[in-house]
Design a protein. Structure first.
Lengths: 147, 972
């Protein structure tokens, strides 16, 4: 348990739903609250593998990096799992069925090759954690115990 | 730079011997604020009235209504102190920032806020500047003598302050000139008079106009500028004071010329360098995935701080997965000169820059295990530093991250535990290096199953006993050995399962040859506190070999002198066997290597403590081994195969007890059998080394062994479930004749974390534990977080050292004494008080010192630490820590230091001591019992002994970012 710093880094990955399984990178942001999505658009200067570039972020998106490749979450309606697509440096797009990239694309990301310029993830609002609901149930538990 | 919330500070470059202000313990930093560091005196003239104001000073407290604010940039590279004077209608603020090129830059602002013009006589600058060449030891023990050697000069053409020793302090009869100086200059405060000491400050307070000082001898140096500043309504005047250390004549002359020439250009260059330094820092953090853009700014800021701290200690890879051939070659040469010479062709064939996977692939193809191991263990990390700070003075920090050319040095060093914990998080940003991390980890464990104290780019280092030095102790800490390895293995498997599997049986892993000899089981029972013999002779031989052969002389060799190479599977099995050999059924893993695992707060548990924490992590590890090794026949060293046979035999002999429970005799019998197995293996190893002969362990044998081991571990863990669904963390072993008793201690957070991590509990059981935790004594409602130990009321002085009545009655001598002393005192107290001191080396368990909390406390009203986004923060837009109201309450309290200067992230064992105010008081109170492990760490071959260290910001990151939201603490 020593090392709150590293645990916080790892826990943050968990909050964002970043998963690595059998060599594939995927996203299951089930612990992410709705409030983590940006209320308005933003255009931060981002340090990527290609250098400094501007990342255009719409409202209801958020961004972070994995192996310095920007990952953009976009709130989407419907569905019960995230859908992921990789935008390559040459502009082409690899879209995937589910929440995981394929092995080859994941390998490019993990290898920090720069071939993947951006990862875009559609996150159905339904998968996000209901913070208010969780708080309600927590306080119920407390009340029950108190009584 | 280490700065307290009241402005008291120390700063410098590289280490405490390169200090700008004296490097003293934190309590003294707080007390130093009136005479060390920034000092500002303002004589304000307005409408014919004159008033004196000393912002941030304790002098004149209560004279004005003031508000103080403390702000820190999210990036941690700037800290701003601000004092608003509501009576005078003025605001004074200053900011500390680090510049790679110019050193420490203090920017000050004075702002008129009462809409009435005024003229201010300003005296502003820095006090108690240290000249170059004053070591921490001199500061600590000879500061008065050092003062006599101080010479402060003002270079007349440029106004540069030069602070040097008139000669080097030495007792040798030889000339010794001091040719390095501390320099200070002011920018944007033109025409001011400069003072080189503090002696005119009182006169200024009384209205006098100070005279310029050009040459001051035998006094503490200061650099203060006196200037008259006229302020229009709402106007702000800014100026800068820039200080640096260890300046040679060339640099001093360059500064003189720059100051005497185009000052505006110099100002621009300083400004530019401040921005560039911040940008470079941000780029580093970004490369380790530290920057996020979300709707929850506090979360994003907190993450940035976490990643920054993580890479500050463990280092980071500055060129993606690329490797510079020449640096790889230099690394191999340091490690093993023979390998360097023998593989010339390999290096010649490498391109100047190659990818790490490519280098490893080529090395593997060379079929030379030493080359492959060396290439795999080459981790081009930079930015890492040894930590330590004035709140943890037993660690000596070193921050030496750039080479002479200003490039980041490829180097890392740290305590074993720290390095691997930081690497685990780093692996997610640089997964290509995770198997390299594993190689370094496994190469840093010994053939008897432990790990040395420190890990550096040059190899391993162990603690060396120093006769006569009470704080120099040796031993194996062993904490987190299992879980950190386990986490790295799981990370590796997640990113590339095939690569890990391919490594499993490759015989390219080495053993560290630490010259510690662990006692036989029989001697261990006789004296569990004294179990490690330091083999001085072996240590010296290794030392000598390091000098001639390279640092890999610290690795275990075979009879021919070649490095012994074994497989990862063997290493993993060995580690498990060593732990099992110390298993006390239902009690935990016996901590018998002279160090408490995890934390010196466990010091009292050494020799008698049993770790459920490690038992829980072993459970997770065995489950992993069961899948990794399923169905495999594994080839291991003959000695390890025999060890496995012995341990498995011991486990088999007592499996029937797993159905019910172990009584003290059965427990002792099982413990004896396991202990004997470990003892026999060590005896063979120490006597003959590893023979190099191999034995195959059939898959079925292995599977049976792992299953049995897991059954014992599960049984032990289940037996440690408390009635409240929590689990014990550490137990106490009591040995009597043929019995082994186990006594439980109070609950600890560590045990809950371990059992939750073990994988043993079902979701329902985990939930029950978490629920219980939330309603138990470990929960701290005011911070919505958890403490490491319950806050217990420890016995007061007079309740210690007592002999209970029944024991007195049982002793004829004491009874006789007691009746002889018919007087009041004995009978009246009804308890005897022992005159002699109890064995201090082996305190009773009730004397175990449990720190109260590791959570930080905050000052009374400064409840929110500052979080700011921009690397170049605007002072106005910041969220600030503000204490309002009466002047009497306007300055930061002691406690608030914890949220700025000294806040502990618990980054290593030695940092685990909590920094909350109550805890600090508690630990002060227990100081007499403390045996803090400030052991020397020795790098054989370096010829020097150095105390262990850890990392903390000294230069570019003035303070650590506190956690933005207490609510998130529960994630720990």
């Amino acid at each position: 348990m020593t090392g709150q710093v590293k645990e916080d880094v790892l826990a943050r990955l968990g909050e964002l739903g970043v998963e690595v399984r059998a060599g594939r990178l995927g996203f299951a942001p089930e612990l992410l609250p709705r409030s983590e999505f940006l209320p308005e658009s933003a255009a931060p200067l981002v340090w990527t593998l290609a250098g400094r570039e501007t990342l255009a972020l719409d409202p209801d998106t958020l961004a972070f990096t994995v192996c310095q490749v920007p990952v953009v979450y976009r709130l989407a309606g419907g569905g019960d799992a995230a859908r992921v697509a990789a935008v390559l440096r040459d502009g082409s797009v690899r879209a995937f069925e589910g929440a995981f990239l394929d092995l080859a694309t994941s390998h490019e990301v993990f290898g920090r090759t720069g071939a993947v310029a951006r990862i875009e993830v559609d996150v159905p609002v339904e998968v996000l954690v209901d913070v208010a609901g969780a708080a309600r149930s927590a306080s119920t538990t407390t009340a029950e115990r108190a009584s | 730079m280490f700065v307290a919330s009241n402005g008291g500070l120390t700063a410098g470059r590289v280490d405490a011997d390169g200090a700008l202000f004296p490097y003293v313990t934190q309590d003294r930093l707080f007390e130093s604020v009136e005479h060390t560091g920034p000092k500002t005196l303002l004589r304000v003239r307005r409408n014919g009235h004159a008033a004196l104001w000393e912002p941030f000073s304790e002098r004149g407290r209560g004279v004005y209504r003031v508000e103080r604010t403390l702000a820190k940039s999210v990036l941690g590279h700037a800290v701003v102190f601000e004092e608003v004077n509501l009576d005078l209608g003025l605001t004074f603020a200053y900011e500390w920032r680090g510049s790679d090129a110019y050193g420490f830059v203090r920017t000050a602002w004075l702002t008129e806020t009462a809409s009435a013009p005024c003229v201010v006589d300003v005296v502003d600058g820095l006090q108690n500047l240290l000249p170059s060449g004053v070591t921490a030891a001199m500061q600590g023990g000879m500061s008065n003598l050092v003062d006599a050697y101080k010479r402060s000069e003002l270079e007349p053409r440029s106004g540069l302050g030069i602070f040097a020793l008139s000669s080097i302090l030495t007792d040798l009869a030889e000339p010794s000139e001091s040719l390095r100086a501390t320099t200070v200059f002011a920018l944007e405060l033109a025409g001011g008079r400069r003072l080189l000491s503090s002696r005119q400050l009182d006169a200024f307070r009384h209205g006098a106009t100070p005279r310029e000082e050009a040459d001051v001898r035998g006094r503490r140096g200061a650099f203060l500028v006196h200037a008259e500043v006229a302020l229009e309504p709402g106007a702000t005047r800014r100026w800068r004071i820039v200080a640096d250390v260890a300046q040679d004549h060339a640099r001093v002359v360059a500064l003189v010329n720059a100051l005497a020439g185009d000052v505006a250009a110099l100002e621009a260059r300083v400004e530019d360098d401040l921005l560039r330094s911040a940008e470079a820092l941000e780029a580093l953090v970004a490369s380790a995935d530290g920057v996020q853009w979300t709707g929850d700014q506090a979360s994003a800021d907190h993450h940035l701080a976490s990643v920054l701290f993580n890479v500050m200690r463990g280092g980071l890879f500055v060129d993606d997965h690329r490797v510079r051939r020449d640096d790889l070659r230099a690394f191999v040469r340091t490690r093993d000169r023979a390998a360097h010479a023998g593989h010339g062709a390999f290096f010649a064939a490498l391109p100047e820059t190659a990818s790490y996977p490519e280098v490893v692939e080529r090395a593997a193809a060379s079929a030379a295990p030493d080359l492959e191991r060396l290439c795999r263990s080459y981790l081009p990390l930079a930015f890492s530093r040894r930590h330590g700070d004035p709140s943890r003075p037993w660690n000596r920090f070193t921050i030496n991250v750039r080479d002479d050319a200003g490039r980041l040095r490829l180097d890392y060093q740290g305590n074993w535990r720290d390095i691997f914990q930081n690497w685990e998080a780093l692996a997610y940003a640089f997964p290509g290096f995770v198997n390299g991390m594993l190689t370094v980890f496994l190469g840093a464990t010994t053939a008897d199953g432990y790990n040395p104290y420190r890990v550096t780019r040059d190899g391993i280092e162990w603690e060396v006993p120093e006769p006569g030095h009470a704080w120099a102790n040796i031993g194996y800490w062993s904490d987190h050995q299992v879980i950190y390895l386990q986490k790295l293995l799981e990370t590796s498997q997640r990113f590339d399962p095939a690569a890990l599997e391919a490594l499993l049986e490759r015989r390219i892993f080495s053993h560290a040859n630490v010259p510690y000899r662990i006692a036989s089981y029989a001697s261990m029972l006789a004296d569990p506190y004294d179990t490690i013999h330091f083999d001085v002779d072996l240590h010296r031989r290794i030392d000598a070999a390091v000098a001639s052969e390279g640092t890999d002389a610290r690795l275990l060799r075979d009879a021919d002198g070649a490095v012994v190479h074994v497989s990862m599977a063997e290493k993993l099995l060995l580690l498990l066997l060593v732990k099992l050999a110390n298993l006390v059924p239902e009690g935990g893993i016996w901590m018998n290597t002279q160090r408490p695992e995890w934390n010196d707060a466990n010091n009292a548990l050494v020799g008698k403590g049993l770790s459920i924490v490690t038992t829980a992590y072993l459970y997770r590890s065995v489950a992993f081994l069961q899948t990794m090794l399923a169905g495999r026949d594994v080839s291991v060293s003959r000695e390890v195969a025999a060890f496995l046979d012995d341990v498995d035999g011991a486990l088999r002999a007592h499996t029937d007890a797993l159905d019910g429970s172990f009584d003290d005799r059965r427990r002792r019998a099982c413990m004896d059998d396991l202990g004997a197995a470990g003892s026999a293996y060590r005896e063979r190893l120490y006597e003959h080394g590893l023979s190099g002969e191999r034995s195959d362990v059939p898959g079925t044998t292995l599977a049976g062994f792992l299953e049995r081991a897991q059954a014992y571990l599960e049984h032990t863990l289940r037996a440690n479930r408390r009635d409240d669904a929590l689990y014990h963390a550490y137990n106490v072993l009591s040995l009597e004749e043929d019995r082994a008793g186990v006594r439980h201690l109070s609950e600890m957070l560590e045990g809950q974390v371990a059992i939750l991590s073990s994988g043993l509990l079902t979701a329902e059981e985990s939930l029950a534990l978490l629920d219980s935790l939330r309603h138990g004594r470990l929960y701290r409602a005011d911070q919505h977080s958890y403490v490491l130990y319950p806050d217990r009321d420890l016995p007061g002085f007079l309740s210690k050292n007592r002999v209970p009545d029944e024991r007195v009655a049982a002793s004829p001598l004491l009874t006789a004494c007691s009746s002889a002393a018919t007087g009041a005192s004995w009978s009246a107290t009804s308890r005897a008080t022992c005159a002699s001191t109890a064995r201090s080396a082996t305190p009773r368990t009730s004397d175990v010192r449990w720190p109260i909390s590791r959570a930080r406390s905050r000052g009374a009203s400064s409840s929110r630490p500052t979080a700011r986004r921009s690397p170049a923060p605007s002072r106005r837009s910041s969220t600030t820590t503000r204490s309002r109201g009466a002047p009497a309450r306007s300055s930061p309290t002691r406690g608030s230091a914890a949220s700025t200067g000294t806040w502990s992230r618990s980054c290593c064992s030695r940092c685990r001591r909590p920094t909350s105010a109550p805890a600090r008081r508690a630990s002060r109170a227990s100081a007499s019992r403390r045996s803090r492990p400030r052991t020397s760490t020795c790098a054989p071959g370096s010829g020097s002994t150095r105390p262990p260290t850890s990392s903390a910001p000294y230069r570019s990151t003035p303070t650590r970012t506190p956690r933005p939201t207490p609510a998130r603490s529960s994630r720990a």
